[in-house]
Design a protein around this ligand. Structure first.
Ligand code: ADP
Length: 363
């Protein structure tokens, strides 16, 4: 395993599409790192660049301290797992897995032992003589993983590996991929557009947009402290309100926190989590509050409070999602966990949020 460092990577396709734009990124050794973003933002291009499958305009790629920018794919010690699995359907499981090793000149007992070891790693021991077209989708994905693992790569590159599986299997395989990556001590880069998948299994996530990286952080960082509205919107839902800073509440070891007043006089207090931005009295900010951060509350606390009436609701089992129209004419999404009863449309409500759950973004 080794770290992956990407410096100033740019890639323009022959039709003029700029898929990567002077992108920098560091994946630490042993990390399960997710590239997350909507379709067309450059995730696959970046993954293919790491694998050595793309000609680049400019930039450098290091595995550990070694510059691999000009190293051909088969010498990079990176193995890729594709969405389509790319297995040979009429060949046996064992032959599919052994193929990459044979290509590398491995023969005899070592070939057999390593093939069986890789199959054991993905819990398919005993399946070596089965044909691929006799396996379920989940089992085929395991074979694809075994085929990547058998060459003992330094980096495992996964391109939407679960997108062909149904929901239940996808959940199972997510955990399984994490187990395998950790057990084999791999550095892994995983491409997905599924934010839930990223949040639930990643050590770290990079949110991409237009060939650039918007934010890198742990799932919790990215969800609770998005650095801008794009990231906040991409990972879950968020309510935003424009407001003006009234006072800086604290600027110390607890962080940077401000009290702000919205255009209609509501008072909010929350944290500024972007390192290089320190809004002061009079500056404009965007108050961001997740739907689940709001509580239906009658405590009388005027901080982070919105009053309004219920317009609509969607029952989702564990939660009910409400649309509330504030008294000042702003729509607010609120989700209530483990609801006892449905609040009827037209009901007047008071919502409050804790300051810890309120984030100030640059407008
Ligand atoms: P993602 O994986 O995030 O969906 P891609 O890396 O596949 O994004 O694509 C990034 C951009 O590059 C898109 O605009 C896509 O249309 C374009 N693109 C990808 N592959 C090619 C190609 N072979 N030729 C021309 N344009 C491409």
């Amino acid at each position: 395993m080794s770290s992956i460092t990407i410096q100033s990577l740019s890639k323009t396709y022959s039709n003029g599409t700029k898929a990567l734009d002077t992108l920098d990124l560091k994946v630490e050794e042993g990390e399960l790192f997710f590239l997350l973003g909507s379709s067309g933002c450059g995730k696959t291009t970046l993954l293919r660049a790491i694998a050595g499958l793309e000609d680049l305009d400019t930039g450098t790629i290091l595995f550990g301290d070694k510059d691999v920018t000009k190293v051909p794919t088969h010498k990079r010690e990176a193995a890729m797992v594709f969405q389509s699995y790319a297995l040979w359907p009429h060949m046996s499981v064992g032959d599919n897995v052994a193929f990459g090793l044979e290509e590398r000149g491995v023969r005899g007992d070592e070939l057999v032992d390593r093939t069986l070891e890789a199959l054991k790693g993905v819990q398919l021991d005993g399946y070596e003589d089965r044909r691929i077209d006799e396996l379920s989708g989940g089992q085929q994905q395991r074979v694809a993983l075994a085929r990547a693992l058998v060459v003992r790569p330094k980096c495992l590159l996964l391109d939407e590996p679960l997108s062909n599986l149904d929901t239940q299997l996808r959940l199972e395989m997510r955990t399984e991929i994490r187990r395998i990556v950790k057990e084999f001590g791999l550095t892994a880069v995983y491409v997905t557009h599924d934010q839930e998948e990223a949040l639930s299994v990643a050590d770290k996530v990079a949110v991409m947009r237009d060939g650039m990286i918007e934010q890198v952080g742990t799932p919790r960082d990215i969800y609770r402290h998005p650095s801008n509205k794009f990231v906040a919107d991409f990972i879950g839902e968020v309510n935003t309100i424009n407001a003006q800073v009234d006072t800086v509440v604290f600027d110390d070891h607890r962080g940077y926190s401000v009290r702000v007043v919205s255009m209609v006089g509501e008072i909010f207090q929350g944290q500024v989590t972007v390192d290089d931005w320190r809004p002061e009295a009079g500056d404009m900010v965007m108050v961001a509050i997740r739907p689940e951060a709001y509580r239906f509350d009658d405590s009388g606390d005027v901080l982070n409070q919105v009053t309004g009436k219920i317009i609509d609701s969607v029952y989702q089992g564990p939660t009910i999602q409400y649309l509330v129209l504030s008294d000042h004419g702003i729509y607010v999404q609120v989700s209530e966990l483990n609801p006892l009863a449905l609040r009827p449309a037209g009901q007047q409500v008071k919502l409050t949020a804790r300051s810890n759950d309120v984030v100030m973004l640059q407008p």
